[in-house]
Design a protein. Structure first.
Length: 126
């Protein structure tokens, strides 16, 4: 599970290298927030730089939740609504914000929880 606190730089540690088929992959995160009927309310794609010094053991990302309308989706700078999300992670040979530009294989899946109070709705969700 990934835990994100709003208005904070969050450390996210995952084990992705062991399931990657590429030698030096970039990772594309696909977040989906659904309602009680499993209808997507929010979908968000973002990438981040793997900051791990031991990539063969773990992958570390800093995910910045701005709590404002500012985002930089190619630098793990996001603004998301509080609540639960599902995530899928894809690998790619280039930094991309498109699932079609990845290998198309989901290498990790799970849940993400965003804690905090929404102060302003990001413009990408309007």
């Amino acid at each position: 599970m990934i835990y994100i606190t709003k208005n904070t730089t969050n450390q996210v540690v995952l084990e992705l290298t062991s399931v990657s088929s590429l030698l030096s992959p970039y990772y594309l995160f696909h977040l989906t927030k659904t309602d009680s009927n499993n209808t997507p309310l929010v979908e968000l794609l973002f990438t981040g730089t793997d900051l791990s010094t031991f990539k063969s053991r773990y992958n570390r990302f800093e995910v910045i939740e701005t709590g404002s309308t500012y985002v930089n989706l190619t630098a793990s700078t996001i603004s998301v609504l509080p609540g639960s999300y599902n995530y899928d992670i894809y690998e790619s040979s280039t930094q991309t914000l498109s699932i079609s530009a990845t290998t198309g294989v989901i290498i990790s899946t799970g849940k993400m929880f965003v804690d905090g109070v929404e102060t302003s709705l990001p413009s990408i969700y309007r």
